[in-house]
Structures are given as structure tokens and as C-alpha cells.
Design a protein. Sequence first.
Length: 346
Amino acid sequence: MTETTTVLLAYADVDPVTAIPFLESVSPAVRALYCPYENAHELRTRRDERPFSPDAQDLLPALTEEQSAAFAQADVLLSLDVPMGLGAVAPRLRWVQNVGSGYGRYRSAGLAEAGIVLTNAAGLGAPGIAEFVLARLLEHWKRLPEIADRQRRRDWGFTFGRSAAGRTVVIVGMGAIGRAVAQVCAALRMRVVGVARTVPAGGMDGIDGLDEVFSAAEMHAALAEADAVVLCATDTADNENLFDQKAFAAMPTGSFFVNVSRGRLVADEALVSALEGGHLAAAAIGVTRVEPVPADSPLWTTPGLRLSPHSATSQDGYTDRVLDLFRDNLHRFLTGRPLRNVVPLT
């Protein structure tokens, strides 16, 4: 008799009416159940930024009886959040599919210690994020905020922008998001320069639209060529404050900065100083170190800073793409094949 594999759908945005039969169709051995478990966005961000911070752990809500029973049955989990001590809460659990890409909160939940494999959804949001980056670049170069302001003031003054073609865009981080940004920028005939942690001996010819690539050690040299810099690097401890005073100083006067990575990769004080001092023409950040941004933060009022609440990707169709990835990985899991997007937790 085939052993049953219980799949817990703890991601609230999943429609159980369609998702359960979709996943159970993988194998007669699969039994799927739906029981949402999610944390507030502020708490999730705090756990990702400081995974082992006691104050974040103390704020976690207690599991309900229904949630406790569901986790106790789970062999496989689809989630955006997890409780602490996951190995004890879910003693049968062998694999977690994260619906996002950040994983600090999973590290602090003890997955590695319990021998639980983690996979994430890295790359699924990349096309939408790349479109958002392009929108910010064009908003800046085409002076759209000034045009809108003139309309509000009923001022019929000419406001000509600059061409995107021929501008140099430096992309720091050549993962899925960086590659997607390279493609959309190249489509408008921009010169695209990448900065990657490691550069293969043969270069990065497989990335569409990339004209040149620098190693991470050469980042400041790459920044010196930029009309605009787009930060897409991975959220690791080594990358904290990657963009500090020296990095912004390496960018040309009048250049533009975009961050769609994580807030802790940017030293806020250095960014504010570069904008207030006029070294940077403007910046657009879709992520911040603390989310939501406190009401008294200078980020709200810094001249030339475009701030958005962690919403650069597009939600339409995202859950369907997550389920497609999860179903493929579930089939791989049941047949002993390598999973996609495995996250190293040690």
C-alpha cells in the first residue's frame, strides 16, 4: 500500500477549491488540506531582516488548535510564513515550498536543524519587477512627475525628457530579476552593464541584452559608468549596506538609483545624503529596511526620492505560477528527482 503524503496549503491566497484537486492529481498518494497561517507584513519583514532577533520571535502569534493539528499532519508545506520551532510543530515535515523569495524567517524557524528542505519562488515575480523598474526609469528620464505637476498648476510649459536609448544602466545582481531587467532595458536600446558575484570564464553570454559584466569586486568601477543603477542583489549578510556612502559617491553626479532588492542592502543615511546634496538626481526604492516606513522617517520627504510599499511585482497570475512551480516540485519530490529553487540554509 502506497504511503500517503499530506500536503498542507498554509498560504492564504490559495483557492482550496481549485488548488487541492490540482495538487492531488499528481498522485493518488497525495492528500492536500488547506489551513492558512500568515504573519503581518511588518513582522515578516522583521524576521527576514533579523532572523534571530528575540523581539520578532516574541511577537509571533500562537497557533490555533486547527493550525496545530494541520502542521502535525504535514509532510509537505506551501507557505509564506512558518512558526518557530517548525521541526517540533510539524514532526513529519520534510520539505517547505516558500511562495516568495526571502528566507530569513525560515532560517530562524529551525528548518536546517530539523533536516527540512526549503525551496522558494525566486524568479516568478521577475517579469513584473522588471516592468516596474522600467517604469521608474522612464518616469525619471521623461520627467513625468514634472509634467503632472504642471498640469495641476495649469502651467503650459514645455517639459522635454531625455531618450532612454544609449543610456547606460548598471544592474547589480544578475539573478532572475537582474536578467529580466537587462532584457527590458536592452529592448529600448540602452547599454546594459551587469555586476555579478562571480563571472564565469566565458562571461555571461547567456543573458539577453547584457553588453558587459563586472565582478562584485569591480562594482565601483561599473557604477562610475552609470546613468542609472538598479540594485537586484541577493539579500545576504555580506551584502548588508552594499550601497553606502562610497558606493553612491562612485556613481556619476546626476545619476539615478533604483532598489528592488531588500532594504538592508542600502544605508539609508547615505542615500538621503546623496539626494539632499544633489549628487544623485533622484532615486526610486521599492523596499526599505523597516516596513512599513515609520511616519517620522526622512525617506518620506527626501527630495527626489520615489518611495513605494514593497509592491514592485505584479500580483495578477502570481498564485497560479506558484502553484505550477509547486506542483512540478511535488512531482519531483515524490519521484526522488532534484527540486527546483532549493535554498541553502547553512
